[in-house]
Write a protein that binds this ligand. Structure first.
Ligand SMILES: [Zn+2]
Length: 162
C-alpha cells in the first residue's frame, strides 16, 4: 500500500480522465465517492495488521480487486437510485461501476510499485506476487510522484472537459 491519500489522488486523476469525454461536471461528486470507497474497502480488508502489513489476494489480486470496485459501484448506484427516487438514469450504474473498476486497477498499479507488490492470481504465495518497483510504501518520492501524476491527470481532464 502506498499512503491512502496517494491512492485517492492518483485514482481520482485516472477516473477523471476516463470520464472527461462525457463532459458532465455533476459526475464529479459520485465519481469521487466511488473512488474513495473502492480504495478504502480494498485497503481495509487487504492489509492484515502487524507492524509490517501484508496484502491478501482477496483484495490485491488482479482477479478480485476489480470485483470490489464493481461491488462499490453497484451499491452506491442503488443508494443514488433510491435517493433520486428512481429518477437516476440507469446508465449511471455503468458509469459508477466503471469508476469502481478504474479505481481498483489504479490502486493495484500504485501498490505494484511498492515492495509488497500485488497478486497476479488468487493464490497467496511468493510466486504469485508481482511488482513493477520495490519502493517502501511510505517513500516520499513515490507518494508525491503519484499525487503529482494524479493532479496532472485531473488538470488534463479539466482541459478536455471545458
Ligand atoms: Zn493497497
Amino acid at each position: 500500500m502506498v499512503r491512502m491519500i496517494t491512492h485517492l489522488f492518483f485514482s481520482f486523476g485516472v477516473v477523471a480522465i476516463a470520464l472527461a469525454p462525457l463532459h458532465s461536471w455533476w459526475l464529479i461528486l459520485p465519481a469521487a465517492i466511488v473512488v474513495f470507497f473502492t480504495n478504502f474497502v480494498i485497503d481495509l480488508f487487504g492489509h492484515e495488521g502487524g507492524s509490517r502489513p501484508r496484502r491478501t489476494p482477496l483484495t490485491h489480486s488482479i482477479v478480485y480487486a476489480p470485483a470490489w470496485g464493481i461491488a462499490v459501484g453497484v451499491v452506491f448506484g442503488f443508494i443514488m437510485y433510491i435517493m433520486t427516487r428512481g429518477q437516476m438514469p440507469i446508465a449511471m450504474f455503468s458509469v459508477l461501476i466503471l469508476c469502481g473498476v478504474i479505481s481498483s486497477l489504479s490502486h493495484l498499479f500504485s501498490d505494484s510499485l511498492t515492495e509488497g507488490g500485488i497478486y497476479v492470481s488468487t493464490e497467496h504465495n511468493e510466486n504469485t506476487r508481482w511488482r513493477l518497483a520495490s519502493y517502501k510504501y511510505d517513500n516520499s518520492m513515490l507518494n508525491l510522484g503519484l499525487i503529482a501524476l494524479g493532479l496532472g491527470l485531473l488538470y488534463l481532464a479539466y482541459l478536455i472537459r471545458r
